[in-house]
Design a binder for this molecule. Sequence first.
Ligand SMILES: [Zn+2]
Ligand SMILES: [Zn+2]
Length: 91
Amino acid sequence: MGPNFEGQVMERFLICKNPLCRFVIDLRTKENQIVQLSDLIISQCPDCGYEWSSQCPFCLETLDVTWRESSPICSHCLKALKPDHPEFEQK
Ligand SMILES: [Zn+2]
Ligand SMILES: [Zn+2]
């Protein structure tokens, strides 16, 4: 019942802009503080070198991630934040 709701959510998650990668990084520390981007050792995706995005690539809301069975999903549109697989074509 307490007014503990975070009205304005800071960027807590970043996602790699590469649709083939979609590496999600969680910026929260154990103290629930937001890690400054400048404090990050990595300024780019360690996997592919693309820049980070703070928006969901599907609904363009500020990225807010929940986890479903250890896979990250967007808490707005509930789409799985996983890499596209263009080579995977149903035959
Ligand atoms: Zn990447
Ligand atoms: Zn979304």
